[in-house]
Design a protein around this ligand. Sequence first.
Ligand SMILES: Nc1nc2c(c(=O)[nH]1)N[C@H]1C(S)=C(S)[C@@H](COP(=O)(O)OP(=O)(O)OC[C@H]3O[C@@H](n4cnc5c(=O)[nH]c(N)nc54)[C@H](O)[C@@H]3O)O[C@H]1N2
Ligand SMILES: Nc1nc2c(c(=O)[nH]1)N[C@H]1C(S)=C(S)[C@@H](COP(=O)(O)OP(=O)(O)OC[C@H]3O[C@@H](n4cnc5c(=O)[nH]c(N)nc54)[C@H](O)[C@@H]3O)O[C@H]1N2
Ligand code: SF4
Ligand SMILES: [Mo]
Length: 846
Amino acid sequence: MDAKTILGSALNVSRRDVLQGAAGAAATAGLFRAVEPREAKAFAYSPYPTDDELVTVPTSCAHNCGSRHMLVAHKKGDVIVRLSTDDGRYQGPQGGFGYDTEEMPQLRACLRGRSYRSRLYSAERLLYPMIRVGERGEGKFKRASWDAALDYVAGKMLDLKQKHGPHALLDQSYAGASYGVLHKSDQIEGLLGRFLGMFGCRTSSWSVPSYQATTFSSRMTFGTIEDGNEDDTFAHSKLIIMWGWNPAYTFHGGNTFYYMRLAKQRGCRFVLVDPQYSDSASAYDAWWIPIRPATDAAMMAGMAFHIFTNNLQDQDFINRFTQGMDAGTMPQWAQGGESFKDYILGTRDGQPKTPEWASAICGVPASDIVKLADLYARTKPAALKASWAPGRNSNGEQYNRMAAALQAMTGNIGKLGGCAEGVGKAWHAEGVAYPYDEFANVWYASIKSDRWAHLVLNYPNLKREEIGLWPRSDNLDGVIPNVRGIFWQGSNWFNQLPNINKQIEAMKKLDLVVCNDSTITPSGLYADVLFPVATHFERHDVALPWYKGHYYIHRPKVIQPLGESKTDFQIYTELAHRLGFGERYNPRASREYFHHDDAVDEAYLAAWWEKVQHHQGADISWEEFKARGTYKFKLPRPHVAFQDQIEKGIPFQTPSGKIEILSTQLAQVTDWTRTAWGHPIPAIPKWTEPFESLNHAEKRAEHPFHLITPHPRWRTHSIFNNIPWLRETYEQEVTINAADAKGLGIRTGDTVEVYNARGRMVLPAYVTERVMPGVVVVHEGAWLDLDGDGVDRAGNPDVLTLDEPSPAGGFAYNTILVNLRKTDLNHRPGWDQLATSRAHVFRRST
Ligand SMILES: Nc1nc2c(c(=O)[nH]1)N[C@H]1C(S)=C(S)[C@@H](COP(=O)(O)OP(=O)(O)OC[C@H]3O[C@@H](n4cnc5c(=O)[nH]c(N)nc54)[C@H](O)[C@@H]3O)O[C@H]1N2
Ligand SMILES: Nc1nc2c(c(=O)[nH]1)N[C@H]1C(S)=C(S)[C@@H](COP(=O)(O)OP(=O)(O)OC[C@H]3O[C@@H](n4cnc5c(=O)[nH]c(N)nc54)[C@H](O)[C@@H]3O)O[C@H]1N2
Ligand code: SF4
Ligand SMILES: [Mo]
């Protein structure tokens, strides 16, 4: 072969191209001597197909990630070769290339969404049903036919129901696919709940890891979790306090950061109250107030003290809209009782909650507490965005209720540029496209989700309050469920719930574990049967926004399902047929649905769109929506929660119709063991001691550091952990303050072990001044990778977290004392180095 032929074949160009190139080079040699034909050829080569060679299909990204953006698939044949995102062309009739306005910004994808192709085609994809052949957790499976795998599960279900009764199967479905209307995984509205419920054998789980404490607070205070403003309202704030909130990483809406930037340009001031200095703080040049984790309620009480004692409160707002803020707003039934102001001033308990008192608990100088309180009370409008992470603590509900008290006393509720969040849900979407009728046919007992291991390990010798058993009004009230099997759908909770080692022990006692997922995961590794699930690129659906955003995005079936994967709906429908209730479960489908889902899914979605037209006034047809790809609702004014309550005097949805600083419901509980919470909760917001914190001298002697575990920018919890592109952008590391690191002889890049009585994990250290002394940070969501000694080499902080619920059911993910030491054990950052699903052995043994 001569040089040109080699060049041609190496670059994969046709022989004709090479010949033309050679002729061209010869003809022009005299003119362009400097240009080597070899270089010209290499430059001209284009390795990727251009758009006119591809089919373009707009769709959306997915999962429980804080937002919902567009992805635009470009495919060749049935393979997606490129993903792009919104460029303005999908915004309806007014849109067009480059269209991007303050009223209607594009829905542009983040780094995770743009990497989605490598998740779609990852080596960890599940392509065939699998049945476990090794021990649970060993990772050994053999490929099975759909028939064999479905028969096995159906047989086991009948057996367990017959032997152990109607509680034997635990529904651990969660939000991996909650934000679609048809192929839905969800604790409450999901496909699995309906399936197990109709089968008549289900224990469901309540309590949301994200914000159970916050939900409790929003419900008690406002009577709803829809206390959220739309993203664009941030642009109208004069002061934004990011309290335990890092929107540069953890999105709470699609364009939050954009609107906050507009606020900055208009002169808004920013404050961050957080143990770590975040990228959000640096982006907005925020005043950083480092705070000891799990002590936020104390600092807020100190702020309330300053506001009351300097008469900076909005007394008119308090008088008109609150219950129990002070003596004048106490309801008839509580006259003479302790009001919130009494508590803050210490008139009953003798302890005024002064900034100095607060400072001793939270570690923030009293002068800074005063300065922030002053700034917040005097700047109008001001948004105290009290995010969920500080509520993801022991007694976290008190933090959120205290925040609501501050928001109310400064009159920042129901006003543009203010903020009442809380949960922050801004919109009630038309969320379900299959026949879902509020628990009809759904037989259930309900336990607190992260207490399943405690239940299984201690059954039947436990009290109802240990598992947060939901009260019932029938003769089954108080019956402790005998759980013998788990179904995971849209959840990798084995990897994500607290105290994984306790879950591993409980796993050993189960008779059946079934996991539906698109990839192998740690939950799948501990399952008996793996059902491969088609992703949202491989099925027909409509996407919902997260908590903010008034829009829908159409999700066509962009490509055919990979391997033998099926949708969750197909899997449960076929199982239901085998168990005798297939037609009831999926009334639009025949048994053919397992092989042909298109027409049935289309029918469900078209009927759902009719509801959108009738209930929400969407003004285009289903066909037009499909053609357009998105539908955005035009709001008559920026959406501000409770604006009508404040401006028109409409009652709040609480028992009193007021913002309940004193909760009517809590004040009236007589037996806490018979509530789902199980533990006493004060009726007004109060500072209560967490299980453990930097203030517990005795516990600190052995475990001197407080670990917090925020959400990662580069993953959606555990999803995307196996993506090499994203792995290049980060390390799963423990962030430690420079002075602390010096004391331990640790430098950036050293491998350290982080441990406490519940577990051990290994990961590299990142030494910095951006986290306060005494606090260390590890992001949640790494895929558990245990060695033979039970040490997690991946760095999943849930081997260290505590499964003890805080009184209102919150998850104490940020309340963890730990210690650190340098180690010779190696860190194993991800299974992508170890696993291929094609091998049927998902993990190397240790
Ligand atoms: N230490 C610590 N732990 C935490 C937290 C913390 O702050 N700190 N945060 C907690 C919070 S807030 C949350 S929300 C949880 C999240 O916990 P999980 O919900 O378990 O987290 P994800 O990683 O999102 O897992 C979702 C799973 O659903 C799968 N999935 C996606 N789409 C589909 C589908 O269509 N069908 C099926 N069958 N499966 C699908 C994904 O592949 C993935 O495995 O983690 C909690 N864990
Ligand atoms: N990129 C990305 N975005 C996400 C998710 C994701 O996995 N990845 N998950 C989504 C989900 S399901 C959820 S629930 C939300 C979570 O949203 P958030 O709860 O708001 O997010 P986190 O990242 O856990 O924490 C935010 C900040 O709180 C700080 N913090 C932790 N503990 C304390 C404390 O005790 N006091 C104070 N003052 N600050 C504290 C952390 O340092 C961090 O900077 O994010 C959503 N958005
Ligand atoms: S924020 Fe969520 S929906 Fe948006 S692109 Fe990222 S992962 Fe996808
Ligand atoms: Mo969450």
